[in-house]
Design a protein around this ligand. Structure first.
Ligand code: ZN
Length: 101
């Protein structure tokens, strides 16, 4: 049943199309999907769709990651300064020593 087999492959490649855009395919899977795409307009269109969504999605993810990273950095910096100044102010020996290397 060539038809069924193809249909099964097609199902598999539907998944691989999505995975392809997240760079989580093995080299073999990548080759498989490239070969399949050459003969399958449906999957070509699909991966086109996915990559458009993917780009927007990646942009969103990258944006929120960048924001998180910046916030983390900022928080970290602030926490460090706070900690340092609280050590300097209230630490044993007192702040007047002002030991700054
Ligand atoms: Zn296909």
């Amino acid at each position: 049943m060539e038809r069924v087999r193809k249909q099964n492959d097609h199902k598999r490649f539907e998944r691989l199309c999505a995975l392809a855009l997240t760079d989580s395919l093995s080299i073999k899977e990548r080759r498989d999907i490239e070969l399949h795409l050459q003969g399958c307009e449906t999957c070509q269109a699909r991966i086109q769709d996915y990559s458009q969504i993917g780009e927007a999605g990646m942009g969103l993810v990258a944006g929120s990651l960048a924001l998180t990273e910046a916030a983390k950095h900022w928080d970290d910096q602030k926490a460090r300064e706070k900690l340092e100044s609280s050590i300097l102010d209230n630490g044993p020996g007192g702040a007047s020593k002002g030991k700054l290397d």
